[in-house]
Design a protein around this ligand. Sequence first.
Ligand SMILES: O=c1ccn([C@@H]2O[C@H](COP(=O)(O)OP(=O)(O)O[C@H]3OC[C@@H](O)[C@H](O)[C@H]3O)[C@@H](O)[C@H]2O)c(=O)[nH]1
Length: 347
Amino acid sequence: MNATLNHRRVDVTSENEKYTPKPQKQWSMSNSVEYVLREQRFVFVLVGVAITTAFFLFLQPEFGSGQRTMDVSSYTAVQAYNFDESYQTTRTFETAPYKSHRSAIVSLGGKIPLGLPRKPLRIVVTGGAGFVGSHLVDRLIERGDSVIVVDNFFTGRKENVQHHFGNPRFELIRHDVVEPLLLEVDQIYHLACPASPVHYKFNPIKTIKTNVVGTLNMLGLAKRIGARFLLTSTSEVYGDPLEHPQKETYWGNVNPIGVRSCYDEGKRTAETLAMDYHRGADVQVRIARIFNTYGPRMCIDDGRVVSNFVAQALRKEPMTVYGDGKQTRSFQFVSDLVGEGHVKVNQ
Ligand SMILES: O=c1ccn([C@@H]2O[C@H](COP(=O)(O)OP(=O)(O)O[C@H]3OC[C@@H](O)[C@H](O)[C@H]3O)[C@@H](O)[C@H]2O)c(=O)[nH]1
């Protein structure tokens, strides 16, 4: 009976009560919490917040700047790769410069500088602490390459390259090229050998060993890693020339058993090895026959004619001319040699 009476609430509503289509609800905290938790609404809210956060944190800058960001990222990749190349041999330095550079690029606002630099090379210079080698190293570092100097300090000196100490693109290894060496580089400049007659005659066996075994080792390395190879040869491959001036096509007039043969025959053998590696193993080789060179960092006791004359002049002593004084030589300043000679020959 009661059920029948309550079935139609209108029937029981008193006339004084105001009719509303929806019953009024009292707000309460528990009702709200219950509402949010019902039907997994809270999970949907959390997922929404996560997506929005991810959008603003990771996607929004790229989305907003479109093409610009694509350019920046590709430029950064190039720079990262370059830094990776540059710091390949000194990996401990890699992270910090890369990161700081990356942020610097982003702060450019995505503008790409015109004329992107060429990819820096990794280069090993044997004899790089010597008179000629150190000038070559200066030139290579100056143009942005990474250089590893390999020197046994027989005639080379640390002071010749110490201004590069601390530069992450420079490394110095005390090593004798007579022993094999493994390095990953793009190019090899092979200069290691005493070049002044007083020095190469000091230990002739060591001199010819350096020229033959040392060059063999470095050519083997070039072949193995696919590096381009520059051999610094000498005007002495012409021996006591019968032609003046000497052209490249001239084969020379060399005494194979003379006191200078450890050097001039050694360099001739080095040239032979270079050409055999080129013809037989496809190694890219360059040969520079260096004539008399002078300039800063030449040892005062080098023994060659320019340093001897300068030293004697400074001491106000008479200059000593050997033999009949009719011999001729071609002289060049060291910067002309490394700039026009070595670097361009090896391009
Ligand atoms: O005090 C001296 C020194 C040298 N000379 C003469 O000057 C000429 C040049 O002699 P150097 O010792 O300077 O050098 P050389 O030309 O014999 O060979 C040198 O130069 C060329 C490089 O490629 C070689 O590595 C190096 O051996 C020689 O005829 C020598 O007898 C002097 O008259 N007085």
